[in-house]
Design a protein around this ligand. Structure first.
Ligand code: ZN
Length: 56
């Protein structure tokens, strides 16, 4: 048996690197139009870069 997840290994939103089960990964959860959206990043650095380029 394998662990079942709803999605394949996600890619980093910033650099596109597949985000594995690493301690470095970051996941941001936001709610858009009532839908929970998960954004994966390979490192905290990528998360910060993405946030700085997606200021709301
Ligand atoms: Zn990245």
């Amino acid at each position: 048996m394998t662990d079942s997840t709803d999605e394949d290994s996600p890619a980093c939103r910033q650099c596109g690197t597949p985000v594995g089960p690493s301690s470095e990964q970051r996941v941001i959860t936001t709610v858009e139009d009532g839908t929970t959206v998960y954004r994966h990043f390979c490192t905290d650095e990528c998360r910060e870069q993405w946030e700085s380029s997606n200021t709301v």
